[in-house]
Design a protein around this ligand. Structure first.
Ligand code: KIV
Length: 273
């Protein structure tokens, strides 16, 4: 009897991503927050899975990302980690778990790494969080930066509109990107900024730049899984490409099931003991 050998799975690491940038290969990244969807996304061979604090919106129904707690992020991250064999799993430090001081940022990062088994953390901000970035990296934890539209600061911005359109803000973003690279970040997410500016930052940095609403001139793309699968019907910014219309498909299936139960069409004789 011959056994078909299974292909060994090569894990994506921060070094894999660096090499991908060097050879011009685009990096794919999606969010996931639970075991079942993370398994599908990983089996499809995504490069990075982000356990984003967007879980606050899509999993818990909050209006912003602010309410999600560190314990809740660790719960989501642990579920994802149990499913993933290949992708690099990055977990967002939630609002309030790192802004206090660099020691708090380190303690929160260590909790995520120890209690979930994640591979890296992400945090929002530039110069103002650089001490924390350095301290977390010095403990051996890879850090991904996040600039542009940073949803944890929504009450400061007052709107989810495109960021860094004005020169002052664009200049600060360029400086912040440089600071994060120098501090040791392995990659940076740029959210909702002009495509030209994002391409300029990607060309300037040696670390990968992953965009969301930042055009095609960056090193990779990230989307929120529930948005691209069409589970959320109400969220459709210009940058978001919908690959499925799961809201309608799930609703149709549930309506079909209800009708089968009511009409005594389910279960049939083959579906019982
Ligand atoms: O939380 C999240 O989903 C994110 C992405 C939008 C990059 O930070």
């Amino acid at each position: 009897m011959s056994v078909t050998p299974t292909k060994p799975i090569k894990r994506v690491t921060v070094h894999t991503l660096e090499e991908m940038k060097q050879r011009g290969e685009k990096i794919s990244m999606l969010t996931a927050y639970d075991f079942s969807l993370a398994k599908i996304v990983d089996d499809a061979e995504i490069d990075i899975i982000l356990v984003g604090d967007s879980a606050s919106n899509v999993m818990a129904g909050h209006e912003t990302t602010l309410p999600i707690t560190l314990d809740q992020m660790i719960y989501h991250a642990s579920s994802v980690i149990r499913a993933v064999k290949r992708a690099l799993v990055v977990v967002d430090l939630p609002f309030g778990s790192y802004q206090g001081n660099s020691k708090e940022a380190l303690v929160s990062s260590i909790r995520i790494m120890k209690e979930s088994g994640a591979h890296a953390i992400k945090l929002e901000g530039g110069e103002e969080v650089v001490e924390s970035v350095k301290r977390i990296i010095s403990a051996g934890v890879p850090v991904m930066g996040h600039l542009g539209l940073t949803p944890q600061s929504i009450y400061k911005f007052g709107t989810y509109a495109v960021r860094a359109v004005e020169k002052d803000e664009a200049d600060k973003l360029i400086k912040d990107a440089q600071i994060l690279q120098e501090a040791g970040c392995f990659a940076i997410v740029l959210e909702k900024i002009p495509a030209e500016l994002a391409a300029q930052v990607a060309a300037m940095l040696t670390i990968p730049v992953i965009g969301i609403g930042a055009g095609g001139g960056v090193d990779g793309q990230v989307l929120v899984l529930h948005d691209m699968l069409g589970i959320n019907k109400d969220f459709s910014p210009r940058f978001m490409r919908r690959y499925l219309n799961l809201y309608d498909q799930i609703k149709d299936s549930v309506e079909h099931y209800i009708a089968d139960v009511k009409s005594k069409n389910f279960p049939n004789v083959g579906e019982q003991y």
